[in-house]
Design a binder for this molecule. Sequence first.
Ligand SMILES: *[C@@H]1O[C@H](CO)[C@@H](O)[C@H](O)[C@H]1NC(C)=O
Ligand SMILES: *[C@@H]1O[C@H](CO)[C@@H](O)[C@H](O)[C@H]1NC(C)=O
Ligand SMILES: *[C@@H]1O[C@H](CO)[C@@H](O)[C@H](O)[C@H]1NC(C)=O
Ligand SMILES: *[C@@H]1O[C@H](CO)[C@@H](O)[C@H](O)[C@H]1NC(C)=O
Ligand SMILES: [Zn+2]
Length: 521
Amino acid sequence: MILLDMKQHTVTFAFLSLILMSNVSGQSAATLLKGDEKLGGRKAQAGESITSKLGIEDCTFLYYVDCTQGICYCHLSSVTASEGCEQVSDMKAQSRDTFNPNAFLFLSSSASSLPPSRLLLGRQLNKLPHPVVILISCDGFRFGFQHKTPTPNIKRLISQGTEAETGLIPVFPTLTFPNHYSIITGLYPAYHGIVGNSFIDPKTGDSFDQQNFDSKWWLGEPLWETVVNQGLNAATFFWPGSEVNRSSWTCPSKYCRQFNKSVLFEERVDTILSYLDLPTSDIPSFMTLYLDDPDAQGHKVGPDHPQITEAVANIDRLVGRMISGLEKRGIFEDVHVILVGDHGMVGTCDQRLIFLKELAPWIDIPENWIERYTPLLSIRPPPNVLADDVVAKINKGLNSGKVGNGKYLKVYLKENLPSRLHYSDSDRITPIVGLADEGFKVEMNISVARQCAGAHGYDNAFFSMRSIFIGHGPRFAKGVKVPSFENIQIYNLVTSILNIKGARNNGTSSFPKKVLLPRHN
Ligand SMILES: *[C@@H]1O[C@H](CO)[C@@H](O)[C@H](O)[C@H]1NC(C)=O
Ligand SMILES: *[C@@H]1O[C@H](CO)[C@@H](O)[C@H](O)[C@H]1NC(C)=O
Ligand SMILES: *[C@@H]1O[C@H](CO)[C@@H](O)[C@H](O)[C@H]1NC(C)=O
Ligand SMILES: *[C@@H]1O[C@H](CO)[C@@H](O)[C@H](O)[C@H]1NC(C)=O
Ligand SMILES: [Zn+2]
C-alpha cells in the first residue's frame, strides 16, 4: 500500500515519530486530527494502520505519531508542504514486526532499537557538498528563557527541528569553561582537565585561568581537532579551548579567532556565514560560534530582570540573522544548526549566605586552603592535615544549627560526592568539595551588604542550571522533542552527523541513533 508517492526525494521518519501526511482540508483527516488530539478521539494501538484513518491526498501538513507506553498519539507538526512533503511508503507493512512501541521508549533503556533504517532517513543535501554543523552557544541561556519574550527565530528552529524537551543538562560544576569543554570533547571535567574556571594543579603548583592556552591543561580531543584530523575543515569564532595549540590544530587565522569579548555579535555571525561563501573544498564541516549573553546580564541582575529579557530578544535576533544568511545562500535546510547553552542561572541574595568564619568553634579554615568559595566550595588542606577530619568538623558545625544557613551547605571528600557528578577522578579537583544549595553563596565572613544578583556552578541536578538544546537540519527530525540529556552527548552527535570517527569519550555510542535521523545515502 503506497499512501503517497510524491515525486520528491526522501522518506523522513523521526525518533518517537512516524510521519504521515494529510490534507487537513480533506474531510476525514480534518475531523480525525486537530492539533494534538488523540487519533480520532481514541488511542491507537501500536502497529495499527493509522495511515488508513487519514484521508491522504495532498501534502499540506505533517503528522507524527508518538508512541509511548504502548499508546500512540498523532500530533500535528508545524511543517508545511513545501518543506516537509516526502514520500511515505506502507507503514503498516513495515510496522508489523518493527513498530514496537517499547522500542521507542527513550528513557527506559539504552538497549532499545529503532525500526529499520531504510524507513528512517535524514534528508538529502541540496546544495552543500558535505554535511555542515554550526554549533552555537549562548552563555548562561537558562532553559525557559526562550519563553520570556517573543523569540520567533528560536521558535522556528524548535518547531522545525529537534529539541530537548526539558532542556540540556550541564555537567558539574555548572560553570562556563568546564561545560563548553565538555560539549566539545564529550568528556566530564575530571577527564578533560578543565575542572573549574580557575584551579591549581597540585603537582606543579601552577594555576589555570581562562586566559591560559597552554595545552597541558586541556586534555581530551576537541571536535575541531577530530574534524581536522580526518581531513575536513573546522572553524571557530570563539569557544573555550579553541585558541589552544594541538598537534593538528593551531587556531589558524583563516578559521579561528582569539577571544575578544568586544567583537560585536553581528560580526561573529557574519563571519561564520562568510565561511559558507568559500570555495567548496574550503567550507568548514564544523563551526563554533560563542555568544557571551545572557550570562553577562545574569550575573549582574539575576535571571528575572528586564535586562535578561532584552538579552534573550537580542540572541533571537542573532539567530534570525544566521537563519536569513543561510536562507539567502539557499542552504538553510542543508546546514545543521545546533543551538545550546553551557548552563543556567539562579538568583542569589544577601540572605542566602553561609560564612565560613562562623565555623570557628569547630574548625578554623585558613583562606589559603580555599581555591574557590562558591557555589562550589573547593578546599585543599595542606598535606599534614587530614582531609576527612576537616570534612567531619565542618559538617558538625554546619549541622549544629548555630551556623547561619548551615543546612544549605554539604561538604564532602571528593570521592564521597554523589557519583552522578563524576567529580573526583582528577588531582586538579580539590580533596574537599562543598555543594551549596540552590541560590546560596559561601563566603569567608560577613561584609558589606550587596544587591541580589545571579550565579551558576551549582549541582547540575537543579533545574535552574539547565540550558537549551535545539537541533535543526537534515539529520534532525522536524517538530520532535527528545528527553533531556547531558551535554557530553553532543560530541557523538556531531561526529555522527559528519560521518567521522570520534575519539573516546563519555557519551553513549548509541545516543546519536536516538536523536538523529539515519544518514541518507
Ligand atoms: C600556537 O602556534 C602558533 C604557530 O605555531 C603560534 O603562533 C601561537 O603563538 C601558538 N599559540 C599558543 C597559544 O601557544
Ligand atoms: C577586540 O575587538 C575590538 C572590536 O572589534 C577591537 O577594537 C580591539 O582592537 C580588539 N582587541 C584585540 C586585543 O584584538
Ligand atoms: C567577621 O567580620 C565582622 C564584621 O566585620 C567582625 O566583627 C568579626 O570579627 C569577623 N569575624 C572573624 C572571625 O574574623
Ligand atoms: C570518561 O572517558 C574517559 C576517556 O575515555 C575514561 O577514561 C573515563 O573512565 C570515562 N569516565 C566515565 C565516568 O565514563
Ligand atoms: Zn557565568
